[in-house]
Design a protein. Structure first.
Length: 277
């Protein structure tokens, strides 16, 4: 796909997100799904809890998604040509579980400043209102960060680290982000968004680059591990890591574990209480 059109730019500026954007073929989305299932079978629990993060560091197939030129063309239209990939997360909702994501803002806890960054949410399976697609509270990116209530494990099923929640979100002002497998949405760091429980009989899988950042973005709460996705990094604020050549290589997995430990420190900075993610 070419860079974003003027209409898409206008949507991003006005609403705080863009969707849908075609980025992966059905075969490519299926390849990612198969890789997830392969890792789950051969290395049980490696993608659970904190292990759902930085997955692009342990699989060439996941890594290929992060460096996909169609995705990067769209991202470049928003944050510029010098792009760092600083994290990935698998958001998987099984039909027999109560997993949901409370309404929140990404920028509240991640410590990336300035907000010259964007989150790419890629549907590996079809995502719709029945199976718990995202909902965006349009226009909220234009304002300051809102207060979040931290519910931790008292909020059963919440897939967020602290159970962080923006309360009293007017659902009539939110829009569902309905995507086919292989399609992507891009959303602003400050937009309020969340997603409901999967009420279907099929697994819902989202592969999220969280996030693509401009090289001028620093981490004010801790340390981030990044890859150069496009352009150059003249600031060198972050730790650069290599791209994986095999699935679950020992050195790659060791790097991922260190990166996840640092990410956990960021998510739970100045707290004694911790969630399972």
């Amino acid at each position: 796909m070419p860079k974003l059109t003027s209409q898409q730019h206008e949507q991003y500026q006005e609403k705080g997100f863009i969707a849908p954007i075609d980025v992966l073929t059905k075969a490519e989305a299926e390849e990612v799904k198969n890789e997830i299932e392969f890792i789950e079978k051969k290395w049980p629990n490696e993608l659970n809890g904190l292990g759902r993060n930085y997955v692009h560091l342990i699989s060439p197939i996941f890594d290929k998604v992060v460096h996909n030129s169609k995705i990067l063309d769209a991202v470049e239209s928003i944050i510029g040509k010098n792009i760092l990939a600083c994290g990935t997360t698998l958001f998987i909702k099984n039909p027999d579980e109560k997993g949901f994501v409370s309404f929140h803002q990404d920028a509240k806890y991640i410590g990336l400043e300035p907000h010259n960054w964007v989150t790419a949410w890629i549907a590996i399976t079809d995502t719709n209102e029945k199976n718990g697609c995202m909902r965006m509270w349009t226009g909220t990116h234009k304002n300051d960060l809102k207060n979040h209530i931290e519910k931790f494990d008292n909020n059963e099923g919440n897939l967020l680290t602290r159970g962080q929640t923006v309360e009293n979100v007017p659902l009539e002002e939110t829009e569902p982000v309905i995507l086919k497998a292989g399609q992507m949405s891009l959303h602003h760091p400050r937009i309020v968004h969340g997603s409901g429980v999967n009420l279907s009989k099929e697994r819902r899988i989202g592969f999220v680059i969280q996030s693509y950042i401009g090289s001028n973005v620093t981490q004010v709460l801790g340390k981030m591990y990044v890859q150069q996705a496009r352009g150059e990094d003249s600031f060198n604020y972050h730790e650069h890591v290599a791209r994986p050549k095999v699935t679950m290589g020992q050195n790659d997995n060791n790097v991922r574990k260190i990166a996840n430990e640092e990410l956990s420190k960021i998510f739970y900075k100045d707290l004694n209480n911790k969630g399972k993610f």
